[in-house]
Design a protein around this ligand. Structure first.
Ligand code: CAA
Length: 247
């Protein structure tokens, strides 16, 4: 256990879910490092966060690229110390019916959404083992748990994330490290708002709670799983989807 603040790295921090995760973890007393890929967007985001009273450390890497992730994690360790909490949140969509899906759209989604979980978890796991403490939280999706027309690439990546969660969880369970998945449903992010309205309206009509989820609602669950008190929860997959998919 550390005396100072726990260090949390959130990947894809500048997106809708990532932003609220960073804020919630900072509010809860963590030292938060925001991973980003694009300089301009990150600068704008960082300035906006500062205006709201949040000052996050920033760490650049394309998380689909293992060498970039390794360099980023080494730099974080030099500057701040060992990462205690890793939130694998970065993700993209390239939706399209499978019969028309290009190899490029398959490849980039698998690399960005699934390889990223390997890359970041692999880069931090041995330091977590050395300190006998860690929390890894993989942000999957309801569409990794069920089918969604047009998301063959995304569903495969998100289902794969939980496969990794389960095995890694049992491999490090006796080392003070928990590994869990969160599977959000349709949350009010730019990613979901990019779904053409005719499709989105049909989807929302099938959410029993009757609305899209809030980013703060997912952030709250991240913070819960990141806590010391969540030590007995590992290998789990938390659905947060307004009842859209119950099983
Ligand atoms: N179910 C069944 N059939 C469908 C369908 C659906 N949901 N969507 C389209 N089709 C059918 C059409 O009726 C049409 O049939 P015909 O060929 O017989 O006429 C055919 O498929 C159209 O095929 P196209 O490839 O031309 O499809 P399209 O361009 O009209 O739309 C799509 C395809 C873009 C994938 C569209 O279905 C779509 O946007 N769906 C929503 C995808 C979605 O939910 N993405 C989630 C993004 S947010 C996210 O991912 C966050 C998270 O974790 C939840």
């Amino acid at each position: 256990m550390k005396d100072g603040k726990y260090i949390a790295l959130v990947t894809g921090a500048t997106g809708g879910l990532g932003t609220d995760m960073c804020k919630k973890l900072a509010d809860d007393g963590y030292f938060v490092i925001a991973n980003y890929r694009t300089d301009n967007k990150a600068e704008e985001w960082s300035a906006k966060m500062k205006a709201e009273g949040y000052s996050f450390a920033m760490a650049k890497a394309d998380v689909s690229e293992y060498p970039q992730v390794v360099s980023m994690v080494e730099q974080i360790e030099k500057d701040h110390g060992v990462i205690d909490i890793l939130v694998n949140n970065a993700g993209i969509t390239r939706d399209g019916a499978f019969r028309k899906m290009s190899y490029e759209n398959w490849d980039i989604v698998i690399r960005t959404n699934l390889y990223s979980s390997f890359n970041c978890s692999r880069a931090v796991i041995n330091q977590m083992i050395d300190q006998q403490y860690g929390r890894i939280i993989n942000i999957s999706s309801v569409n990794g748990q069920r089918a969604q027309f047009g998301q063959g690439n995304y569903s495969a990546a998100k289902a794969g994330m939980h496969g990794l969660t389960k095995t890694l969880a049992i491999e490090v369970a006796n080392k003070g490290i928990t590994v869990n998945t969160i599977s959000p449903g349709y949350i009010g992010t730019d990613m979901v708002m990019a779904v053409p309205q005719e499709y989105r309206d049909k989807i929302v009509a099938n959410i029993p709670v009757g609305r899209l989820g809030g980013t703060y609602e997912v952030a709250h669950l991240v913070s819960f799983l990141a806590s010391k008190e969540a030590a007995f929860i590992t290998g789990a997959n938390y659905a947060i989807n307004g009842g859209q998919h119950v099983y």
